[in-house]
Ligand binder design. Structure first.
Ligand SMILES: Nc1ncnc2c1ncn2[C@@H]1O[C@H](COP(=O)(O)OP(=O)(O)OP(=O)(O)O)[C@@H](O)[C@H]1O
Ligand SMILES: Nc1ccn([C@H]2C[C@H](O)[C@@H](COP(=O)(O)O)O2)c(=O)n1
Ligand SMILES: [Mg+2]
Length: 270
């Protein structure tokens, strides 16, 4: 039976937020070279991204829990725009962007890239997308990620999915993945599991306390798991009605009735 690894020091500290913050990046100099200025959120010179009132889903779970696989199915069925934070970082590395080698080393070590980098990549993708429904996969991985998103984008997720999977199963899936990822090896996966436990579980707990978390047992076939995901998004499909309900001042009874009918399922997404 797989157990959590006991010591990864100095890769990661297990105590105070300040040291976790440092462990999350491991590159103080690298971090300080990024601007912390709030980027402009204005699109088309008129409408800010925030004003588009996008529907945001964060997708969380340990390495190999099936986030990417389920996101693909959600995209096919519900037409969300899928943004994988890990994929965006891998793309940056492949394009030899500035700091690519630090990013590569961070990922090889199973650590977390500074939030400024990741949030900026996510922001660019969101702002340039025509979609208004986003699945942000593998983010936020840390409290620092979460706070950076809130501060830079100015929005919170509408719903947070958490694919809950036993470590043994996650390790098996990662080692069988065969996609040539530099972090799909036993040493890195042990570190990633530890990072998940120390840095990501508190974020999951945060959303649970705020009533936004939808925990899904990620054991079973891909289709079986998707059947647990489906109702969450079937309800969210009615989100436009929720906005209508909120904004319309002159509702007539024949308009209210169908809205009341769906309002129970809508509440799942709030
Ligand atoms: N329910 C499942 N049963 C068995 N294998 C699965 C299941 N879901 C996904 N897989 C396989 O497990 C591997 C990991 O899945 P996936 O890439 O979706 O995980 P992930 O959560 O995105 O992982 P990471 O955080 O490392 O990106 C893939 O090879 C995928 O095909
Ligand atoms: N918010 C994030 C997401 C990902 N990374 C880095 C570190 C992860 O181990 C790696 C792979 O991510 P995945 O594809 O498994 O989601 O990418 C990060 O630093 N910050
Ligand atoms: Mg993935």
């Amino acid at each position: 039976m797989w157990r959590r690894v006991t010591s990864l020091s100095p890769v990661i500290s297990t105590s105070k937020p300040a040291s976790l913050d440092q462990a999350a990046s491991g590159f103080k100099i690298w971090r300080s070279s990024f601007s912390t200025e709030t980027p402009t959120l204005v699109k088309d010179g008129t409408t800010s991204f925030k004003e588009r009132n996008p529907f945001i889903t964060f997708v969380l779970g340990g390495p190999g829990s099936g986030k990417g696989t389920q996101c693909q199915k959600i995209v096919e069925t519900f037409g969300f725009k899928h943004l994988s934070a890990g994929e965006l970082l891998r793309r940056e590395i492949d394009s030899n962007s500035e700091h690519w080698s630090q990013m590569l080393n961070t990922i090889k070590e199973g650590r977390i890239v500074p939030s400024e980098v990741t949030v900026r990549l996510i922001q660019q993708e969101m702002e340039s997308s025509d979609s208004n429904k986003f699945l942000i996969d593998g983010f936020p991985r840390t409290e620092e990620n979460r706070i950076a998103f809130e501060q830079l984008i100015g929005l919170e997720p509408n719903v947070v999915l958490f694919f809950d999977c036993p470590e043994e199963e996650m390790v098996k899936r990662v080692l069988n993945r065969n996609q040539g990822r530099v972090d799909d090896n036993i040493d890195t996966v042990k570190k990633r599991l530890k990072v998940f436990e120390i840095l990501n579980l508190p974020v999951i707990d945060y959303y649970s306390k705020r009533g936004k978390l939808r925990k899904i047992n990620a054991v079973g076939t891909e289709d079986e798991i998707f059947e647990k995901v489906r109702p969450i998004f079937s309800a969210c499909d009615s989100v436009k009605l929720k906005r209508y309900l909120k904004t319309s001042r002159h509702l007539r009874p024949w308009k209210i009735l169908p809205i009341l009918y769906v309002s129970q399922s809508i509440s799942v997404c709030q």
